[in-house]
Design a protein around this ligand. Structure first.
Ligand SMILES: O=C(O)[C@H](O)[C@@H](O)[C@H](O)[C@H](O)COP(=O)(O)O
Length: 423
């Protein structure tokens, strides 16, 4: 096993999440949640600014795609409020490439033949040295999102159809195209309503470009293919030109497929400006109009799984995965910064089997990397959750303003976040 590391140094390095209702500012009593079309708006539960250091003991890049089960936050000292004190930029992810004697150097941009995109170790004297990679939440403080809790799958489908149709219309009006990213799994079922009236008639399907957040390394005709699944459930029922379905052509070698898909996206940013780009932390990423995500029982999104180095990617748009815990093992996935560069990101979460993970995402602190869904924080975009009643069963939204359950609502930083968002 390539990775070894110390256990978590201190659970206090991660603050307790603070989901709150902005509307409760004047009357922070309980939030009444009525199921149906009501939308509960509150900042996300991920008020965490913490760093997680992953120590790679081996220089073998082929092992860099393995998972890291025990990782220690280093240099993070809990403050009185439970937040890590250190935010010294010289020790953050952005600055991790420091070269000092005996200090490890992480090159997260390297790619190689054995399908790993992260070269973990270099050394001054030729001997392997441990390398450190840092995960970090982009922002501390409350993270605004909208949560729509609906009774059943068909209500989710209706609400989602309205939402997608509206973003499609706005995007086509402003840019002439609509770029939508699909994931695999059950979310595609919820899209069927779009193929029916009135949506089917009013959407300008010729302007749609469809991408995949992740794809399994199988031919597109294979039952496991996310493209195939989306085609059967939704795409075959609407008149999107086949050439606007941006599929993964090469399914032999993960690293080649990841590069190929990334290049395809880059071409679309140049040729017809189908895709716009935006800068995130000084790197260019595509700005999709909408990314739709499902969530796995372990909190994975797309094919980004808990405690894997792919989560720490800071430059690539697409990465290979060779050891996915969810079969099939070989996949490619958009990276977190790529997802977070989108104008809109929406989760679709349906069924009682998602109740536990949804509760963990909203109400439990996790170290960065342990719950990838908590790392979805669109930098200059909007985050929305479409959840059915069964999946929401374990959420205790009515207690979100109770300081005993969800401590210390920081109203001033909430105002700041809202102001920034609206500017
Ligand atoms: O290709 C995949 O496996 C997916 O893109 C994956 O991220 C999926 O969206 C979730 O695992 C949820 O899937 P379910 O909704 O089917 O549980």
């Amino acid at each position: 096993m390539a990775f070894t590391h110390a256990a978590y140094a201190t659970p206090g390095a991660v603050s307790t999440p603070r989901p709150v209702d902005p509307q409760a500012q004047s009357a922070p009593s309980s939030i009444r949640l009525s199921y149906g079309q009501s939308i509960v708006k509150f900042p996300g539960a991920r008020d965490v600014k913490s760093r997680l250091s992953l120590v790679c003991a081996s220089a073998s890049s082929s092992e860099a795609s393995g998972s890291l089960n025990n990782a220690a936050p280093i240099g993070t000292e809990p403050t009185r409020r439970g937040r890590p004190k250190s935010s010294d930029p010289s020790t953050t992810t952005k600055a991790v490439k420091k070269k000092a004697e005996g200090k490890p150097v992480v090159d997260s941009t390297a790619s190689d033949a054995d399908e790993s995109h992260i070269k973990a170790v270099q050394s001054q004297n030729g001997k392997p040295v441990p390398a450190v990679h840092l995960f970090e939440y982009e922002e501390g403080g409350p993270w605004p999102c909208s949560v729509s809790i609906l009774p059943h799958l068909h209500d989710v489908a209706e609400s989602l159809a309205d939402y997608v149709a509206q973003i499609s219309e706005e995007s086509i009006k402003h840019r002439g195209f609509f770029t939508i990213v699909l994931s695999g799994g059950s979310l595609v079922k919820a899209l069927h309503r779009l193929a029916e009236e009135p949506y089917s008639k009013k959407i300008d399907w010729a302007k749609w470009y469809v991408f995949w957040a992740d794809e399994r390394m199988v031919p597109i005709s294979h039952a496991d293919s996310n493209y195939n699944h989306a085609k059967a459930e939704f795409l075959s029922k609407v008149p999107i030109p086949q050439e606007n379905l941006i599929t993964i052509d090469d399914w032999d070698v993960c690293s080649a497929a990841a590069h190929g898909y990334e290049n395809r996206l880059k071409e679309l940013t140049k040729a017809h400006k189908v895709l716009h780009t935006t800068n995130v932390n000084h790197h260019k990423y595509p700005r999709f109009d909408l990314v739709l995500l499902g969530i796995g029982p372990d909190g994975h999104i797309a094919s980004l799984f808990p405690n894997t180095l792919q989560l720490a990617e800071t430059r690539r748009w697409v990465v290979p995965i060779t050891k996915s815990p969810k079969p099939p093992a070989r996949r490619i996935s958009l990276t977190l910064p790529c997802i977070n560069a989108a104008a809109h990101v929406a989760f679709v979460v349906i069924g009682s089997s998602k109740a536990e993970v949804l509760q963990r995402v909203f109400e439990r602190p996790a170290l960065p990397g342990a719950l990838p869904a908590q790392l979805v924080r669109p930098k200059h975009g909007e985050l929305t959750w479409f959840v059915d009643k069964a999946a929401a069963a374990r959420l205790s939204i009515e207690h979100y303003s109770d300081p005993k359950m969800f401590p210390s609502v920081d109203w001033s930083s909430l105002k700041e976040t809202k102001a920034n968002t609206s500017s």
